[in-house]
Write a protein that binds this ligand. Sequence first.
Ligand code: BG6
Length: 585
Amino acid sequence: MCGIFGVIGKDNNSAQTVLNGLKKLEYRGYDSWGIAIKNNGQIKIERHVGKIGQAQTKLPQSTIGLGHTRWATHGGVTIGNAHPHLDCTKKLCLVHNGIVENFRSIKESLTKTHRFSSETDTEAALHLIEEKTKSGSFLKGFQKAFSQVHGMNAFIILNAKTNELFAIKNGSPLTIGLGKNENYISSDVWALLDHTNKVIFLEDNQMAHISQDSVKIFNVKTGKSIKPKITTLNWQAEQSKLGKFHHYMEKEIFDQPKVIDNLVRLDKKIIKKTADLISQTSKTYLLGCGTAYYAALVGEYLLNFLGIDANAIIGSEFSKNKNLLTQDKAFIMLSQSGETIDVIEAVNLAKKRKMPITAITNVLGSTLYRKADEKILLSAGQEVAVASTKAFTAKLAILLQVYYYLKGDLKAGKQLISQSAKVSQKIIKGKTRQLIKNIAKKIKDVDNMFVIARSLSFPIALETALKIKEVSYIHAEGYAAGELKHGPIALIDQDTPCIVIAPNDNTYTDTISSAHEVKARGGFIIGLSHENNPVFDEFIQVPDLKEATVIPNTVIAQLLAYDLAIARGLNPDKPRNLAKSVTVK
Ligand code: BG6
């Protein structure tokens, strides 16, 4: 949550460079933004509430600057709480990503001698740094202050006295970019690609001293210097340009057929490694948050179909399993960003228990990617829209291949998944596209919706409801179709549309019966199925691709959510109150 960015170099344009960096990081939080630079020995700051949009910076020329885009955790969405924050001397300026869990006690210990001007937890850490760096080496003081800060945090600080940038992290991500005549620091790599593809991923409890022509890394605990590990990324900034699309969500939905096709060509060895891990261990846990958790749930169903003991776990509910974590069990961690804090905490504990960890993630070099034993990259290209789309179907394409491999039929599985890419392409480009738009227009004013399905399609019903909630703010609930009559059916009336996902499998008949129960209470039925049925008020045809039918069903759900957002005049890329990569609890 929150995006932080810093630059130091010979180019006198740091305010604009920081602004461009923040625009790339804005999916991490868009409650407010701010930039600070040093000019004529003074720190000059601008802070704004709301999204950056087309804003231009008014700050003067400078060779050093930093900035922040906020997802509020402590203190309302106000100018006063917007970052960057200044210390009492107005010579230290800080931006922060994370939560200073002990900010109250720090603030109490400093209130008599320091002036606080915001409600944020961040400012407490800043004044503590000011206090500890009053004399002696700045680096030592910074190190001491950070060791007294509790929680998962990343800070960038501009020291105007020495014209230097310092950065430090534990938990929240930070990456250094090595440029020509300039060095950069950012919450993630995407904001660095316009400048360089040479990066240093800061590890937990590391700090960096960044000047115009050098980057030095130190261990926070020992103060010892560390030889930086430079990674060269083969990504182009171009890949994440919007192009002819209106929104990133639309672009990323359209990216899916190609992404899935690429994954069908994934080397059998990679699939085999994960399949072997699953068959050599007594139990498999699949863990994720939000959309990634629903992919984990698809994984659980597929493995259970094969009689394999597997459980999907919601990242933030992981602690309930902690006494079950033994070395003979395997962990598959699913995370688009590879930075979601609840996933990283689970990784840290599983590593302590020496459990084999496989990461399925979209970001090379992310914390999850670096910490896992086995890594499967989704290679879906950057996912900018807050609501995850292509990273989800990419995860399904990988889990389906592991399933078909364990079933001893990978070849047929790859064919079905490749077909699902073709069917998805037809849905995106063909008549179905207009049909979905028409349905969205018809139901755009409802407040509530249900999405029901059974068995392997149940996680897709949950994901469908999540997408609709995330971007259209309609309160959609995903339900196991068989569960509806045990309570929620009380909410069904003619103003509550119900999407019924009814693929041609052994649940078809029962799912259609559930649709009839809804219809009997006046419900408006939108059927996703291989054949039409009189119970459907609207019918969207989805060819039968066996287990791989989950992919085109998902693409239809994503398009409906997108069209509902557009029909309701909303921006699907930056839904209110959300952010892309959740690095706070
Ligand atoms: C949320 C995103 O912040 O985090 C969701 O808005 C996403 O789209 C969830 O599913 C989990 O993120 P990740 O990166 O761990 O897959």
